[in-house]
Design a protein around this ligand. Structure first.
Ligand code: AMP
Length: 285
């Protein structure tokens, strides 16, 4: 069945009030649209965890830097609605323009001070401030029991877990594994920017992360060697590194090595042509 489309904050409030009267559990999946199977995996998981699934489709301007791709970010609302229907989504919140979320006089932000540091936080100043406020707005507006996010954006997931905990929002934040193309490329709306050749070269991100996982299994624990395995693949493919970092899986503090039994995460960002791609995989734990 086609999802109901809500366009305004007032419509969302009226709809969620109805849900609460009926005592139905809500799962929320926030997205920026141009949906792919990664997004749909979150929606399907939401279906299994709640009575009703809502998705938001909003290209959030506050999380884009001044020289980033806000104006050309891919959009396809009618295609997205068909995909939402196929994944069993009941309601899509698609604000018509940024003023719905940021009306004149808007002035409130949320700062997550620790896990926002480093990596994408350092390379994209203001990015996590924008992510934190839009997710806070959506969680406050919808008040879902469950909200689902992808591990593909691993640092973002930790930022959201922190704000949910620190602001006592009480939402069950569920992180879902990265969905990949058959050749290993992490699905992303931004893959649409890649030429066939840039897409081929972009496989070096997942290939490098896999090589590091293999090294760790063989007993190599030092960050320099694990990070080096990713760098070698990026270099061989001619990609420009933005960062490659080994961090502990929860607090995202840089690690010199993976201790036995420790949960670590290896994260990479790199440019294939002018397109910035990110990926990450677990190491140990
Ligand atoms: P976006 O539309 O890129 O803001 O992503 C919306 C949500 O989908 C975020 O929670 C992302 O982490 C998640 N997501 C994006 N790509 C993937 C993927 N390949 N696998 C799983 N989740 C993803």
């Amino acid at each position: 069945m086609a999802p109901v489309v809500l366009r305004t904050v007032a419509e969302v409030k009226a709809w969620t009030a109805g849900l609460r009267r009926e005592g139905r559990r809500l799962a929320l999946v926030p997205t920026m649209g141009y949906l792919h199977d990664g997004h749909l995996s979150l929606m399907r998981e939401g279906r299994g965890r709640a009575d009703v699934v809502a998705t938001s489709i909003f290209v959030n301007p506050t999380q884009f830097g001044p020289r980033e791709d806000l104006s050309r970010y891919p959009r396809d609302l009618s295609g997205d609605l068909a995909k939402c229907a196929s994944a069993g989504v009941d309601v899509v919140f698609a604000p018509e323009d940024p003023n719905v979320m940021y009306p004149p006089g808007y002035q409130t932000y949320v700062e997550v001070t620790e896990v926002s540091q480093g990596m994408c936080g350092e390379r994209r100043p203001g990015h996590f401030r924008g992510v934190a406020i839009i997710v806070t707005q959506l969680l406050c507006l919808f008040r879902p029991e469950v909200a689902l996010f992808g591990e593909k954006d691993y640092q973002q997931l930790q930022v959201i877990k922190a704000l949910n905990r620190d602001l006592h929002l009480g939402v069950d934040i569920v992180g879902m594994p990265t969905v990949r193309e058959p050749d290993g490329l992490a699905m992303s709306s931004r893959n649409a920017y890649l030429s066939p050749e840039e897409r081929q070269r972009a496989l070096s991100l997942s290939r490098g992360l896999k090589a590091a996982q293999t090294l760790l299994k063989e007993g190599t624990r030092e960050a320099s060697a694990l990070v080096g395995a990713v760098r070698r693949e990026l270099e061989a493919a001619g990609l420009r590194e933005d960062y490659v970092e080994l961090v502990d899986a929860e607090r995202l503090k840089p690690l010199a090595q993976v201790a036995p039994g420790q949960s670590a995460r290896l994260l990479v960002a790199a440019f294939s042509g002018t397109t910035r791609l990110i990926d990450n995989m677990p190491l140990g734990g």
